[in-house]
Design a protein around this ligand. Structure first.
Ligand code: PEP
Ligand code: MN
Length: 354
């Protein structure tokens, strides 16, 4: 049975060497993973009965645990309480419900600012918009790139909203870091392990979407890649999986929300837009996600969907989004959760008063 040795953030290099040497002496293979904030030493192989106790006593060691699951830092065993992230004053996870909304892609200044203002007025907490779009066809609009990132940053600052945008390539992590508040790792890149490692080396929150053919365990292992690098600000998202059902673009696996919450302390969101593929289905699927306890939803909204360059058919009109937000508040209330509300000024008032 493998062990994992979590070093204290204050541990010195010598402390880590001592752990590595002792792991080898105990007949196990050491594996160091250095994060920005702390180092983790994996001890791979059959452990002796005293190994855990001995390693625990070494200087600089915070915790030593047996690995019973293929993921560890993401598990409830490792961290029993719900993780609550703070992103620019907005609390995410636990009883807090946050709605992320905006256009699928950043297409123009006008659309982004119009939709941004509309979703903020309706009560969305975070602004979405893709500058790098993973498209099934290489001939489809693939996003505005750096220019889009600049617009997103400008819109976020103008509205006082944190922003989220997709990063597809490890080489873009540095640029996206400068422009957005949350990295989105899309469904197609959930298995891009180099990308996960790269965002794991930063201190920005990472929102990982479940792959269309990925199990919940695989999603948690993707989270583990980020966590293993020392970045603990991870959120997960169920966005529909591929099944035989043809009436929707994908099948929203609503059960994944409570299943993941049972196994992990990380906040889990729902994406009704990509699952449905049709705007009429977006409100009921959003409400289903909130009803089963999701930490929020990511919803595509567009002021003129028939002119959208990406995912127009699933974009909700701003006026319908207003109604949806009202229903979200009611459902959240029933399950004992509360939707983040915009208070006076640009900061959201914490409805729980914590
Ligand atoms: C998106 O959020 O616009 C997107 C492309 O999502 P997914 O990765 O879930 O397909
Ligand atoms: Mn989209």
């Amino acid at each position: 049975m493998d062990l994992i040795v979590v070093m204290k953030s204050s541990a010195a290099g010598d402390d880590v060497h001592r752990v590595v040497d002792r792991v080898s002496e105990l007949g196990m293979k050491p594996h160091i993973s250095k994060g920005e904030y702390r180092t983790i030493v994996g001890a791979i192989g059959e452990k002796t009965p005293q190994a855990q106790e001995q390693l625990e006593q070494l200087p600089g060691v915070d915790q030593v645990m047996s690995i019973s699951e293929p993921y560890r830092l993401a598990s409830r065993e490792f961290h029993e309480a719900d993780t609550i992230l703070d992103i620019k004053g907005i609390r995410i996870g636990g009883p807090h419900v946050n709605i992320i909304a905006g256009p699928c892609a950043i297409e123009s200044r006008d659309v982004l600012f119009d939709v941004g203002q509309a979703v903020k007025d309706a009560g969305a907490a975070i602004l979405r918009g893709g500058a790098y779009k993973p498209r099934s066809s290489p001939y489809s609009f693939s996003g505005m790139g750096r220019e889009g990132l600049e617009l997103l940053k400008e819109a976020g600052e103008h509205l006082g909203m944190p922003t989220i945008t997709e990063v597809m390539d490890p080489r873009d992590v540095e640029a996206v870091y400068d422009y957005a508040d949350i990295f989105q790792v899309g469904a197609r890149n959930m298995h891009n392990f180099n990308l996960l490692l790269e965002v794991g080396k930063t201190d920005k929150p990472v929102f990982i979407k479940r792959g269309i053919a990925a199990s919940v365990t695989e999603l948690l292992m993707s989270a583990e890649y980020v966590l293993s690098q020392g970045n603990h600000r991870v959120m997960l998202c169920e966005r529909g999986i591929r099944t035989f059902a043809e009436e929707t673009r994908y099948t929203l696996d609503v059960s994944a929300i409570p299943v993941i919450q049972g196994r992990s302390h990380l906040p889990v969101f729902i994406d009704p837009s990509h699952a449905a593929g049709k705007r009429d289905l977006v409100p009921p699927l959003t409400l289903a996600g909130i009803a089963v306890g999701a930490a929020g939803a990511i919803v595509e909204v567009h002021s003129c969907p028939d002119r959208a360059l990406c995912d127009g058919p699933q974009a909700v009109l701003p006026k319908n989004f207003v109604r949806l937000m009202e229903q979200i508040r009611q459902i959240a209330d029933i399950v004992g959760h509360r939707v983040t509300q915009w208070g006076e000024g640009s900061h959201p008032a914490d409805p729980l008063g914590k």
